[in-house]
Design a protein around this ligand. Sequence first.
Ligand code: COA
Length: 356
Amino acid sequence: MKRSKIAGIGHYVPERIVTNDELTRVMDTTDEWIQERTGIQERRYGQKHQETTSSMGAAATRIACERAGIEPADIDFIIFATLSPDYYFPGCGVLLQRELGITHKEVGALDVRNQCSGFVYALSIADQFVKTGMYKNVLVVGSEMHSMGLDFSTRGRNVTVIFGDGAGAAIVQPTDAPERGILTTKLHSDGTHAEKLAFINPGSHGGYHFKKMGEEIDFGYPPADTYGEIFLTPKMMQEGMYYPNMEGQFVFKMAVQKFPEVIHEALNEVGLKPSDINMLIPHQANLRISQFVQKILGLRDDQVWNNIQKFGNTTAASVPIALCEAYEAGKVKEGDLVCLAAFGSGFTWASALIRW
Ligand code: COA
């Protein structure tokens, strides 16, 4: 079986920079609080009504294709990871296909809904398709336009200050080089705490999961024997129940446990150790989480790429944006051992080891 490799990588971030100070104009927060707890100084917001999750993904894809030496029309499978899709359905994969003018019918498109671990999961899927010989040019995209779905009042400040917009893309191809390419990927999930970091409305749940957990929440649904208003009720609109929610400290504790675990698991499988890693690209959840993981693994500063200071947490886009930046800075070179790792909503977590 052939190995697969990342043949080209690209990223796109919108022009508009939003500083912490700018956020203090609309909510009760401070630059000091945000920097101290998260390391974030600024983030990017897409141009409202001009850019979307899929259009940003397409911008990143054009660069990835150029670096891989292919045209968008050469792509034979699209995997698009996002939690902030343009539409509830259809997914961003087909919208990106249209945006890039990929008109041949042989192409397939798949959307991955794994939030922060979405890109690593998507890369793993691409790896399987390429290794088995099914596809030769698989496009993997992580893209988010969070700014269209955040609560910009003080009520939403614990979540809103963290997230930013952007996109990253990679072209995955087969390689003949025996030592190079994706060495392994590790994927995990545990839905026990699904609601601790979630965006539940609109949805078809009808309060089901909360009832099962012994909690009755009034979402304002009409009686069960009537039709209509099942997705978004007036109460949800009035009370802002259609925004993401997060139990920050709980998420933090899980993240600092799962990141090292899944990195060690991948290293053990291929008989390597943390010190062999040339570049760790952790999902940019929070600078404090990345620093904690770095310390646990005993890595130097030059072995870890962080850019959350500039972009905030871009969820499915954070790993490919960081990988692309590291590559462009000459910090990911041929022969280097690159480790991608992510943890997020679900909870889901994942890692990938790549000999570049
Ligand atoms: N500005 C100012 N104050 C804020 C604030 C903000 N943006 N957000 C929350 N606060 C307040 C809270 O209301 C609370 O006030 P209180 O003590 O008067 O009740 C106080 O700050 C502490 O809140 P808490 O949620 O306990 O803060 P924290 O130290 O846990 O930091 C996070 C919050 C979100 C930064 C932190 O928990 C975190 O980073 N968690 C991981 C999140 C993450 O990585 N998510 C993505 C996963 S992929």
